[in-house]
Design a protein around this ligand. Sequence first.
Ligand SMILES: C[S@@+](CC[C@H](N)C(=O)[O-])C[C@H]1O[C@@H](n2cnc3c(N)ncnc32)[C@H](O)[C@@H]1O
Length: 178
Amino acid sequence: MPSELLKTFKTSGAVAFSSHRLVRRIIRNINFKNAGCLIELGPGNGRITKELLRGMRSDAILYAFEVNKAFCIELAKIADPRLKVINKSASDIKEFVSSIKFPAKNYIISSIPFGILPETECEQIMRAIYYASDKHTTLIQFSYSLIQYRRFKKYFSKVKVQFEPINIPPAFVFVCKK
Ligand SMILES: C[S@@+](CC[C@H](N)C(=O)[O-])C[C@H]1O[C@@H](n2cnc3c(N)ncnc32)[C@H](O)[C@@H]1O
């Protein structure tokens, strides 16, 4: 599966999946008691997904949006009824969120590789994330570059930055609220 990352570098934007340290750093930002409904964008082969499921309440639900069909097949092997894998782009979440009963407190956990996608696609995805969020939503996004800070600050008034050195490459975690 790491070969799938390299084969599809133009959409994966990564040479390796997230390290356990990075996954833990992301997860630490979630208060699972308040999380009835979570959305993951770009789950890949499920490194973060599996840890989310480990922490989630038994009645919580996780919608995972992944454009890569091979990864969707891999994710479908995680036999957990709380996980719904959706083979669509992150830019479709706005319509999706308005079509489901979405609890007020929620998290969007994103691995979208904003550093390598075309700018128009990045903005389309950010607009979709913005409109799918309300004042109770926390967006948790990792990126390999601090340059992305401006992108999140444009849409979210509060943006906290964390750093995880033990990852290939080292990564920043942005925790954003409206
Ligand atoms: C850097 S990889 C992260 C994989 C995994 N979450 C991890 O942390 O190891 C980025 C993932 O985003 C997916 N992706 C890229 N563009 C996407 C989009 N518009 N919508 C949904 N997923 C997308 C890629 O296919 C890839 O699986």
